[in-house]
Design a protein around this ligand. Structure first.
Ligand SMILES: O=c1[nH]cnc2c1ncn2[C@@H]1O[C@H](CO)[C@@H](O)[C@H]1O
Ligand SMILES: [Zn+2]
Length: 435
């Protein structure tokens, strides 16, 4: 293992390209960016020096919607419609999940995210205490929500309330600034208004976020209007779920008034273009309206069984291309905006700092290979990062000043992959045995 992973202290990234200029980035021992500029090397006596000469630095990417441990289900069930996919394939398999599975799956997901430049993620799933342990060990930032699903049944609601309370108490007890909790009402079609209202009140009491799926399909909207006489965003709002700490995933079928409502409430909309295209939800998030009304729009991959990877570099390209294609506008979502979506907007959503390379910001830094084929020629680094390159261009990743990957090496990688492959096989075998 490279000794850089065990070294602790201040870091100097020497002579790296940022916004087209060559600068130094100095990181102090608390993990914050202390100086950035032509001669920043003079400001510190760095313990660790990283040569930035063939590198482009960008802020660490933030994945605002995923189900990390679903990495175990990658390629297990593809090419289906959403309702069938969930009810016939995914949920029956998830019924056999254990905490050990979630630990192994989340470690695999963290490895994949680090290898493609992601430093923070917003997760919704089960056995989240084990997911939190995995993310902490991998050195990432993450927010964990237990996926609250009551299907309108009071008994189930009580169980979900207990599970949510237990997770939040556990995460609070960790007292780890990188690891946070949120409340995770799954969606308006799986959670009753009573459940949604409880989730909102509990999130407010605990001063934590809410993570929810919103308007993913047209069916969700039609069914919601038929059952409750209002569209999904209004139902969530009535239950108190739309807050400045809410992340709403997908948002494909929002109408213009719902976009304005999200903006007014300060909600972050998480765009998940690859999942939306794969599941053919038949409408792209109305990004133009969300932007027009000033909503925060961030980026997410969704789980590995509807994507099928966690590469946010690819997701930036999908977002830019899908928006242009769906709304017939080649000027919509330019490269710079796609990067801001994956960085600053995500950081704002999760409260992890400004998500920029600026003095005082946490040193969440990604170094891309400037000599890679996809980065040649290097006219516009943003353009190459979004349109030409993918996660394979990521060479080095820092989170809070700690080096998680260097020269594409992540400590423990082989063991993580081996364990995840074994765990996935055994999960599927258990499910098949019982069916
Ligand atoms: O695209 C999706 N739409 C709705 N539900 C999903 C999607 N992807 C994963 N899950 C499901 O959400 C729950 C999280 O706790 C899990 O049951 C997961 O399978
Ligand atoms: Zn999802």
């Amino acid at each position: 293992m490279n000794e850089i992973f065990t070294a602790r202290g201040s870091v100097l990234i020497a002579g790296v390209t940022v916004d087209g200029a060559t600068v130094d980035i100095a990181v102090d021992e608390t993990g914050a960016i202390a100086a950035i500029g032509k001669d920043a090397r003079k400001t510190i006596d760095a313990e660790i020096i990283i040569d930035g000469s063939d590198r482009v630095a960008v802020p660490g990417l933030v994945n605002t919607h995923t189900h990390a441990a679903m990495s175990l289900l990658r390629g297990y069930a593809d090419d289906m419609i959403l309702q069938d996919w969930l009810s016939q394939k995914i949920w029956p398999l998830e019924a056999h999940l254990t905490g050990d599975d979630v630990y192994a799956g989340t470690r695999l997901a963290c490895l994949e995210m680090i290898k493609s430049g992601t430093v923070a993620f917003n997760d919704m799933y089960f056995f989240m205490d084990r997911a939190a342990a995995a993310a902490d060990e991998m050195g990432m930032r993450a927010t964990f929500a237990y996926g609250f699903i009551d299907l309108g049944m009071e008994e189930k609601r009580e169980a979900e309330i207990k599970a949510t309370e237990a997770l939040v108490a556990h995460i609070t007890s960790l007292d780890n600034p990188r690891i946070r909790a949120a409340v995770g009402p799954h969606s308006v079609y799986t959670v009753s208004p009573e459940g949604l209202t409880w989730c909102a009140a509990f999130a407010e009491e605990q001063e934590i976020g809410i993570h929810v799926h919103l308007s993913e399909t047209e069916k969700e909207v039609v069914d919601c209007v038929a059952r409750f006489g209002k569209r999904p965003a209004y139902l969530l709002d009535e239950c108190g779920c739309l807050t400045p700490r809410t992340v709403a995933a997908h948002c494909c079928w929002l109408d213009e008034a719902e976009c304005r409502l999200l903006a007014e409430r300060g909600v972050t909309a998480s765009h998940n273009p690859a999942s939306n295209m794969k599941l053919a939800v038949n409408r792209a998030m109305p990004y133009h309206w969300l932007r027009q009304y000033g909503a925060n729009v961030a980026l997410g991959t969704d789980g590995c069984s509807s994507n099928n990877n966690l590469d946010l570099m690819e997701e930036m390209k999908f977002a830019a291309l899908l928006q242009k294609f769906a709304w017939n506008s080649p000027t919509l979502l330019p490269a710079g905006e796609a990067i801001a979506m994956a960085t600053a907007a995500g950081a704002r959503a999760l409260g992890t700092g400004p998500g920029t390379l600026t003095v005082g910001a946490p040193a969440d830094i990604v170094l891309l290979d400037a000599r890679a084929v996809c980065n040649t020629p290097l006219f516009h680094p943003d353009s190459n990062a979004v349109y030409a390159c993918n996660g394979g261009t990521v060479m080095t990743v820092l989170c809070q000043g700690r080096i998680l990957m260097h020269e594409r090496e992540v400590p423990g990688e082989e063991e993580i992959v081996r364990e995840a492959a074994m765990t996935a096989r055994s999960l599927v075998a258990r499910a098949e045995e019982s069916s």
